[in-house]
Design a protein around this ligand. Structure first.
Ligand SMILES: [Mg+2]
Length: 241
């Protein structure tokens, strides 16, 4: 029985993979990754796999999309800059290799989403850091929690997101976790539109959710019929579960 289930799981994953669409419109895309202690060493590879699937789907090339990765917890860091690779070296493989180099053991800590937004605004979405003024700008924020409010002073997230939105950055906010662990209203306070809030309970839902993000951020027709959504367009589950 277990064997049959694992074969079925493999089948559904393959199906999700095959249906992945590629974004042909060039955009400057940054992903803002929660690296706080709640992620944990075991789940970090799922976050990395999600990030790499986005890199693959956005059609990274010199003329195509450019990609940046910011991590945040108590501190923040830009781990992939828009300008890390140029010309023929700007490939999904090179960017994904940098994501593979990230050592989650150096992270953990609190969930300062506001600091992550501030870093994305000051150190990624600027022309000095490689942002192209004439291209679409997309920020995909991932968290498995909520803004830390009980320690240091923090900035309310709608305020922290404002400078990015003022530059025309379209913000997609994605939360993984059970009710109470994530705050849908908080995600909504950052997202550019209500449809750009994505929620699911399991880290195993990250990969299929990437497809929905690609569809919405790239104005592609909905083809990911292998996953289900609720009335708000948020991810619910695989059809094969
Ligand atoms: Mg956390």
């Amino acid at each position: 029985m277990a064997r049959l289930l694992s074969v079925l799981c493999l089948f559904s994953l393959t199906l999700v993979y095959v249906r992945a669409q590629t974004c042909k419109k060039p955009a400057d895309v940054a992903i803002l990754l929660d690296a706080s202690g709640s992620i944990g060493r075991k789940r970090w590879p799922k976050v990395a796999a999600f990030t790499k699937s986005l890199v693959n789907s956005f059609g990274v090339s010199e003329e195509g999309s450019h990609f940046a990765v910011v991590m945040y917890a108590t501190n923040t860091a830009v781990v992939v800059d828009f300008d890390d690779f140029t010309g023929a070296a700007r490939t999904p493989e090179n960017i994904n290799a940098k994501i593979d180099e990230v050592d989650y053991n150096e992270w953990k800590g609190m969930t300062y989403i506001d600091r992550g937004l501030d870093t994305a605004n000051r150190m990624v979405f600027t022309e000095e850091n490689g942002m192209r003024p004439d291209k679409k700008k997309i920020l995909i924020l991932f968290t498995d929690g909520k803004q830390t409010k009980t320690r240091d002073p923090y900035t309310e997230l709608d305020i922290a997101a404002q400078p990015l939105k003022a530059k025309g950055v379209e913000i997609h906010a994605l939360g993984i976790g059970k009710k109470g662990k994530i705050d849908v209203d908080e995600l909504g306070s950052m997202a550019t539109k209500p449809e750009y809030v994505y929620t699911a309970e399991s880290f195993d839902d990250l990969l299929p959710m990437a497809l929905r993000i690609i569809e919405l951020s790239c104005d592609l027709p909905r083809k990911t019929t292998s996953v289900k959504y609720n009335a708000q367009g948020n991810f619910l589950s695989h059809l094969f579960t």
